[in-house]
Design a protein around this ligand. Sequence first.
Ligand code: DQA
Length: 157
Amino acid sequence: MKIVVIQGPNLNMLGVREQHIYGPMKLEEIHQQMKSFAEQNGLEVEFFQSNLEGEIVDKIQECMGDADGIIINPAAYSHTSIAIRDALSAVEVPAIEVHLSNIHAREDFRKKSLTAEVTAGVIAGMGPFGYHLAMIGIIQIMGEINAMKEAEEQQNA
Ligand code: DQA
């Protein structure tokens, strides 16, 4: 099974950017930890980061037929992007949204996530550990979907 991890704008600056909010860990370190966890669980994982809305839309579209699950931190686009939301809806690949910070405890404009509304679940405020939790969550969801598909196939056989 394959998971695609999509990171939105300014997340390439983790470890440098506003450390009091986002912590000291760099994006590469977070991805390294996710890679180890994926390998231990026999999963393929691909990482993608972009500061551009259209590139994120393209990447989500590519997931259709290629990925079994998506973990996405759309960053600031969570609060503004109907295009990313529509792409997540369109591909019908289960997705979990992650925010390092607790967006509900910050400025009002961060409290609403347009993209979260079309994901299977949201993890916010757990720092880099949130990505680990998202991997556990997406493994569970992908397993449930596979079990349902197998049951349907058996019924139709
Ligand atoms: C963020 C929260 C967003 O509001 C912000 O624009 C980000 C990062 C987070 O991970 O906490 O860039 O998605």
